[in-house]
Write a protein that binds this ligand. Structure first.
Ligand code: CO8
Length: 262
């Protein structure tokens, strides 16, 4: 039996294969304290081990998704080495989230700033509520993004557009974030929109979803020829699944497929 720890700063629930992780420090706009980061690492481990989970949504309780690393904790850091440790902790936790085998979606409402946006960048997809604001305001505090923002943002939207956000530190409205490719979809309600997107994804063959994500992730940073070899290998694995047989048979028989994740 999978043991689920007691969480103080987040809530975790799973419904019909869809896991929902809700950040719960609304009094601090879900600022990512070191305790909250530790709990995110624990919940990522639970998700990675739970065969029931087929997709994950990250959301925030209260007025915001997350307004960054915890500035009170940053202010109390004794020296640059402690700051580096804090950055490494966040980077490690977000790497674990990025490496989850199932599709992940950030449901952004209110604010996704600094470390909050970096959490969203560690997810596969981002959905924002109209009116949400996204940004990396660190340089305005004399800091730089430290939970992966200087690396994941340019990979996602390109160097020039990323540097616009990183060097101005401005709050980007959700509509502009959509145009930049920083978010995938807008909705009246971020969580509802994220659930809609998750349901669309979950109609597809589970093993194929994992392999498709793996192919994209592993190909990043490799040269094209090497990356294409990975794609061909993973394509071979997909073609060996029972679900592939079922998917093709269902198409030919003009009926919806019944995938079993095998
Ligand atoms: N950390 C701690 N507390 C926060 C944070 C935060 N990042 N953001 C908001 N809060 C708290 C406020 O202090 C306030 O608490 P209190 O009621 O006790 O005064 C409460 O949340 C509500 O916030 P506001 O009153 O400010 O709410 P507004 O609606 O007026 O403003 C904003 C909302 C615009 C989001 C505003 O709160 C804001 O600008 N917050 C800070 C945003 C920011 O600069 N984020 C970047 C932080 S740095 C970072 O993320 C670096 C990541 C890498 C770190 C590497 C490790 C060292």
């Amino acid at each position: 039996v999978l043991e689920i720890p007691e969480f103080a700063h987040l809530a975790y629930e799973v419904e019909e294969g869809l896991a929902l992780v809700t950040l719960k420090r609304p009094e601090a706009l879900n600022a990512l304290s070191q305790d909250l980061l530790q709990e995110l690492a624990e919940v990522a481990e639970v998700i990675a081990q739970d065969p029931e989970v087929r997709a994950v949504i990250f959301a925030g309780e209260g007025k915001a998704f997350a307004a960054g690393a915890d500035l009170k904790e940053i202010a109390a850091l004794k020296d640059p080495f402690a700051a580096r440790e804090y950055a490494l902790l966040g980077q490690q936790v977000f790497a674990e989230i990025a490496a989850l085998p199932v599709p992940t979606i950030a449901a952004i409402h209110g604010y996704a700033l600094g470390g909050g946006l970096e959490l969203a960048l560690a997810c596969d997809l981002r959905v924002a509520a109209k009116g949400a604001k996204l940004g990396l305001p660190e340089v305005g505090l004399g800091l730089i993004p430290g939970f992966g923002g200087t690396q994941r943002l340019p990979r996602l939207i390109g160097r020039g557009r990323a540097l616009d956000l990183i060097l101005t530190g401005r709050h980007v409205p959700a509509e502009e974030a959509l145009a930049l490719g920083l978010v995938n979809r807008l909705g009246e309600d971020a969580l509802e929109e994220a659930k809609k997107l998750a349901r669309q994804i979950l109609k597809n063959a589970p093993v194929a979803l994992a392999l498709a994500k793996e192919s994209v992730v592993r190909g990043e940073g490799l040269d094209l020829a090497e990356a294409l070899e990975i794609e061909a290998d993973l394509f071979g694995y997909a073609a060996a699944t029972e679900d592939m047989r079922e998917g093709v048979r269902a198409f030919l028989e003009k009926r919806p497929p019944g995938f079993r994740g095998e």
